[in-house]
Design a protein around this ligand. Sequence first.
Ligand code: CAA
Length: 381
Amino acid sequence: MYQLTEEQQSFAEAAREFCRELLGPTLREDDENERFRKEFIQALGEQGLTGIPTPEEYGGLGLGYFDYAIVLEEIARISASYAVSVAVTGLPQVILANMGTEEQKTRWLPGLASGELLGAFALSEPGSGSDAASMKSTARRVDGGYVLDGTKFWITHGGYADVYVVMARTGGPGAKGVSAFLVPSDARGLSFGKKEAKMGLRASPTVEVVLEGVEVPETDRIGPEGFGFSVAMAALDSGRITIGATAVGLCAAALDDAGRYACERRQFGRPIIDFQGVGFMLADMATRTESARLLVHKAAALKDAGAPFSEAAAMAKVVATDAAMAVSTDAVQCYGGYGYTREYPVERYMRDAKVMQIVEGTNQIQRLVIARSLKRRLSPT
Ligand code: CAA
């Protein structure tokens, strides 16, 4: 039978309670003021929540993506902004754990896994979002290393992170000309531009990162030269599970709030859940939430088993983030006029859900990944 173990359930409940106490009191204020509190990441780290899948020898919990997904769902129930922060600081960790040299792992992983340090992932540029391989940032070879120049856009934790994984061009056009580098925040020539004013996920900073003659020693290149696009794509395969899990958390929060409200709110002499229009809407919200959760869990289980999971992660990301958009929109509908005000969190869920359909590859790109995978499997040889 499919159910969480007692250990997983208590881990999830403890994470939810901790996040409610830590993040709950300033949620509304931080959403209004677009404020990110780095100290919250440290606090989450002290509970072991910032390095769940990172190997124990490097300071993580050494658990799988299944456990990671369960916990991210709980963080996102309280704050999608901090769930995304945990997911994004996880990207350099999964990259280094899989591709880093021993020196890179020992230098960065313990700090990132414990939440003492914050990580960022710098792939997108003003002119290259979905078509990531068309990036223009360059890494010019010099004696002993590289010099990086370019502009990275939409970077979560820009200006706050301690270390950036930066993709830049060491060779010709296309994916094969890209390499990946570790750039510490104190590197000379690294600066930060515009902070985006966003519709949702407002407690999570999204900032332009500028590289002007940033010197990076060869030892800070991740993987072989020309392998950076694969480094990024492999990390995003894993990242898409974490965005799916965050979206499931948003679904769960919206469903809980709207369901409770529909049981309490009375019109025409009865609770509005007793009207089929509302009851069936809640039934669909619950069904979408559960289907999304199952796909996220399946993708995570495949990854943990060492099986191919790229297609499953893309499916989970599409279904979960589309569910989050639909479920949060319906939650606003359940609340009627109240739902449209800032008095209740359902409008925030709706604003936060929208970006889930965009980050870590738009849902159109996920469909491209799925279609290509189908073609590989189903084309006659
Ligand atoms: N794992 C490892 N390597 C991979 C890979 C994967 N999943 N997918 C591709 N590669 C490698 C392969 O070596 C491949 O070469 P071969 O086909 O010869 O093996 C090479 O990359 C090129 O692959 P494609 O031909 O598939 O490349 P493409 O240019 O057609 O692009 C794409 C594919 C799927 C559209 C990709 O560009 C993509 O995912 N785009 C979306 C980018 C994205 O997700 N951005 C999110 C930004 S990060 C973010 O949002 C984080 C945040 O802060 C919240």
